[in-house]
Design a protein around this ligand. Structure first.
Ligand code: SIN
Length: 534
């Protein structure tokens, strides 16, 4: 199959590493899956960087969970469905919200220390929640969650962690997965597994401006697509309204909880503007706030707006948002006195590898969970702080499914598998992959971003097509380039097809919701025509 694998290989000549369960990715979904799978066999958890480096680590706001006294499962389900604008999978939402309570309690049991008010958990407010329901540790909930999961993982006897290992492609034969082709210590290996759990995180780095860490280059999405997985809702990329915009600083996330605690947005003229756009003002859905910010930037001709917390007590700010205060301080900004320059950045992918409630994909032996997966739980827009909840709930479920599948397999079933990819293409070392990545990021930001026009989308499609010559690659940077390119193609293709505006997907020529034609999901699969499913 043309371009099926991005590297020529023959499994019979590759060094092999055997494991019962392979987990790809060390964010909260991968860590939770590995902990669960450990009870049933050997687990190899591979991660492209360090064990603790993932999008989870950078999560600030917290974990939404219906544990507050005045909250209920029904309220949380209702808010999640409303944020998803009519296309959430209601069963997936019910599962996440219900099981989430047990999964968060378990995290606390494993050592996560979330902020308390007196003797009980403290809950913060974020956009589009009707109750205060977000548990958090200051503004560094991701670090707390990662540390608790990693500490617990280290107590598990059967988990082997391999850091700085890159999953290049998923190895399949007859639509069944047998592990991955992986770069481990610069040598291509076959990591051969009875069951593979893909928890490789997000794709923010497909865009020029993103809140995501550098590792989020869409590798899991791209490898799954090349392997024949169905990809759903790829047009729904969420842009977080507030990332830091300062010369020399990264696009550091300024948590929605800052607005939840009273922070206000002002334009360069000092005007508070969100009230003109939505009745919930600063706590309107993220897509509304992102578009409002863009509009203010365009109408004032200034490249950012400002987040103002100077009316809040300095003590409160420093105690509640120590990471944000410290990071801004590092770049010369005292947020108790200075306005914070912000604009939106790519933040979260609602779509991904289509799975059922048990994290099963259409490829046997391959499971997906966390941001790379799409159960439909977020619909067209994710509710703030539902992402870590999704990861721990479906991470655990993915492992249970993988265990049930692997039980039916014998090691001999794996040993008879031989897969070859006879790429006739020479390795393209002369292509400047960093320059290529930058070109795609700029294109996606300008033409497939917060506002999408027919003309812009078609320009993007054509430029991406031109870049998409079949090549063989030999380095991690080059594999990432190919992954960014594949994922950019999928997002653009789906965005062209959806001729309406819904949640995070906004088409200038089709600004309205069109439930009659579009209360559906777009499914893309290699070598098949796109199709619509309910
Ligand atoms: C934030 O802290 O604003 C990000 C949390 C999220 O994406 O849900």
């Amino acid at each position: 199959m043309n371009g099926r694998y991005i590297l020529p290989f023959d499994t019979s000549t590759l060094p092999v590493i055997d494991t019962d369960f392979l987990v790809i990715g060390s964010g909260s979904a991968g860590l939770r899956a590995a902990i669960e799978a450990n009870k049933h066999g050997s687990v190899l958890l591979m991660t492209k960087s360090a064990l603790k480096e993932s999008s989870t680590r950078y999560a600030q706001g917290g974990i939404a969970v219906a544990m507050n006294v005045d909250d209920t499962i029904d309220f949380h389900v209702e808010d999640t469905l409303k944020a998803g604008v009519g296309i959430c999978n209601p069963q997936a939402v019910q599962v996440m919200v219900e099981e989430g309570i047990e999964r968060v309690a378990e995290l606390i049991e494993w050592g996560a220390q979330f902020d308390k008010e007196g003797d009980t958990l403290g809950f913060t407010m974020e956009g589009a929640h009707q109750r205060r329901r977000v548990v958090h540790r200051g503004d560094a909930t991701g670090i707390e969650t990662t540390d608790a999961l990693v500490n617990h993982l280290r107590k598990q006897k059967h988990v082997k962690v391999v850091e700085n290992a890159f999953a290049i492609d998923i190895i399949t034969e007859d639509e069944t997965c047998y592990g991955v082709l992986a770069l481990v210590h610069d040598v291509v290996h076959w990591i051969r597994a009875k069951a593979t759990i893909l928890a490789a995180g997000g794709l923010g780095c497909v865009y020029q401006c993103t809140s995501n860490p550098d590792v989020a280059t869409g590798d899991g999405f791209a490898a799954a697509w090349r392997a024949g997985c169905e990809m759903m809702d790829m047009e729904f990329v969420q842009f977080h309204p507030t990332t830091l915009i300062l010369d020399g600083a990264p696009h550091f996330l300024i948590s929605e909880a800052v607005r939840g605690e009273g922070g206000v947005l002002v334009n360069i003229r000092g005007e508070q503007f969100m009230g003109r756009y939505h009745e919930n003002a600063e706590l309107a859905p993220r897509d509304v706030v992102s578009r409002a910010i863009l509009n203010e930037m365009q109408s004032t001709g200034f490249p950012c707006v400002y987040l103002d917390v100077t009316h809040l007590s300095p003590d409160f700010i420093q105690k509640r948002f120590p990471t944000i205060s410290r990071t801004c301080g590092h770049y010369g900004l005292d947020i108790t006195k200075d306005l914070i320059p912000v604009r939106s950045g790519a933040h979260f992918m609602m779509g991904g590898i289509r799975t059922n409630l048990n994290a099963e994909t259409n490829v046997s032996g391959l499971y997906a969970c966390g941001e790379v997966a799409c159960t439909g739980v977020h619909g067209a827009n994710r509710l703030a702080s539902n992402s870590l909840l999704e990861c721990i709930v479906f991470g655990s479920r993915a492992a249970e499914s993988a265990v049930n599948y692997a039980r039916r397999l014998d090691q001999k079933d794996l040993e008879r598998v031989r897969v070859q990819s006879e790429s006739s293409h020479s390795i393209t070392d002369s292509f400047d992959v960093e320059c290529g990545k930058e070109k795609i990021r700029q294109l996606m930001w300008e033409d497939v971003g917060i506002l999408k026009s027919e003309t812009g989308l078609k320009i993007a499609r054509d430029v991406l097509k031109e870049m998409n010559q079949v090549r063989s690659w030999s380095s991690m940077a080059a594999f990432e380039f190919q992954n960014i390119l594949d994922v950019a193609n999928l997002i653009t293709q789906a965005a062209i097809i959806r001729t309406e505006s819904r949640g995070a997907h906004f088409r200038e020529e089709y600004p309205d919701l069109d439930d009659v034609h579009w209360k559906k999901h777009i499914v893309l699969c290699r070598d098949e025509q796109p199709r619509l499913v309910d």
